[in-house]
Every structure is written in structure tokens, then in C-alpha cells.
Design a protein around this ligand. Sequence first.
Ligand code: F6R
Length: 241
Amino acid sequence: MRIYRAKDYRDMSRKAANILSAQVIMKPNCVLGLATGSSPVGVYDQLVEWYKKGDLDFSEVTSVNLDEYKGLSPESDQSYYYFMHKHFFDRVNINPGKTYLPDGLALDEAAECARYSAMIHELGGVDMQLLGLGHNGHIGFNEPDEAFEKDVHCVSLTERTIEANKRFFASAEEVPRKAYTMGIKTIMQAKKVVVVVSGEEKAEMVKKAFFGPVTPHVPGSILQMHNDVILIADEAALSRL
Ligand code: F6R
């Protein structure tokens, strides 16, 4: 694992955007695994800026997102579909037909998980996966548990995650209770992984996930077993190391 120390959120975002840009330049038809949440917003802003300058071309890129809330339609402004269009897809020349997320409205959980898994497989896997780290150590929506969930699955969100994500909703009651997410195996099969973490409140979790024991109680700790991970964190997030 390589760790890049960033001064602050902006610096973290620029460093991560540099790595994603390199991926797109080296392999224009790559498959990018993308994340939502506050951590990658600055990365998307930076990529958009370079795209507008004419330095980047996403026309051949395919994207697959980590996760989507179950029960939210693409039109819902809290859905990850909406988030991705607002922060990235609608601002660059990526082909919308090649941007994939789990279908939040799918009722048959097993069928949707199988469909999304098969689709990622058919694409040939993810070349570079962008990740954030949850306050409870989750990656995607792989919540702390007794065992690692391997494939795409439908998960019940923990109170901690509902609490952490309510800032995006009118109230905690409105946060969906379930989500579709890539599993740990799906994430670990990405050829390269880039994790962005910012802020003091994640510092303890950064220490646990990247320097503590590998355990499903801290799902992000599995990344220690991946052979091509770059952690880009700001000074506040690295302050407990
Ligand atoms: C988002 C995702 C989550 C977030 C994590 C951190 O697609 O899968 O694992 O990366 O919850 O969220 P933020 O960045 O909002 O702190």
C-alpha cells in the first residue's frame, strides 16, 4: 500500500484526480469503479475542471458504481444515480449508456445482485476503484459484520451509517434502510484501488483499517490484502498514525 499525505481536502482531491486521470489517459476505454459521499466530490470537481480545459476525454470510459439505496428511484435527489449525474456524469463527455449503478427500484434482491455482478464480470472487471471510508470502517455498504460478504448483495444499513448519512436527507427517518452494494470480493478484484479520506473524525478509523488487524468488524481493513492500493488522506485523517 502506498500512502499519499495531502495537506487538506483540496490537495487530497487533486492528488486522487491525478491518479484517475492517469488511468484514463493510459487506458481510454477503462472501467472506473466510482463512489459517492462527500469524500470524492472534490475529485469529481477536479476531473471536470481538467476535462473543461481539454486535458481529459471520458468518451470511451465505462463506470460502475459501488452502491445504491434500495427503494430510491433515479429521479430522487438522494439517490446515488442522481448524485453521480449531478457531480460528474452530466459535466463530462462520458457516455451515459456506459455508466452503471445498481437499480434501486429492483424488488427482487437476489436477481438484482446477480445481474449487477454478472455485468461487472462481463465488462472484464474494474481497472481502478475509487473508495471512501465510512465512519464505522465500511467500504461500499459493506458494514461491520462477523464475516466478509463477498459478492454484490443487498444489505441492511447499520444505525451508525444511517446516522452518518442523514446529513443528506431531511431526517434520519428518510434514510433508506437497505442498499445494494458491491461485495468485498467485487471490490478486491479491482486491479487498482484508490481510497480518499479526509478529516479528523476519520483518523481513528484510518489507523484501524490500514494498520490494525484485518477483520470483518472493520471491512476496510481487507484492503491491506490488496496488492495495489493507494490511500490518499489529508493530515487530519492521518493524525493518529
Ligand atoms: C459511497 C460509499 C460509502 C462512502 C463512505 C464514506 O458510495 O460506498 O462507503 O464512501 O460512507 O462517506 P463520506 O465520503 O460521505 O464520508
